[in-house]
Design a protein around this ligand. Sequence first.
Ligand code: FES
Length: 105
Amino acid sequence: MNDASFQFAANADDIPVGKTLPLEFDGQHVLLCHTKEGIFAIENLCSHALAHLSAGKLRGFRIICPLHGGSFDVRDGCATGKPATVDIRTYPVRVIDNRIEVQLG
Ligand code: FES
């Protein structure tokens, strides 16, 4: 994919470390997660029963689902806590100056 496939998502100032920001791009639900190691973008739907992860808690690199407590690593989308067992999608992110951009693909 080329650079043109990155889309503006938010300003970095809009998401303090430890916080998340839900976004929607043409029906794709994306959640930006600001960790100590940077900003990651994940699908904003739990793979267990499709709860919005934006209503959950970000703890370090883990996002904890608000519905049944399943969890995922926001860096790679891996399911890290039951009852979630199926990984979720992640999206490439880049930050240029203060602009966060996401590659949806
Ligand atoms: S919907 Fe997320 S753990 Fe069940």
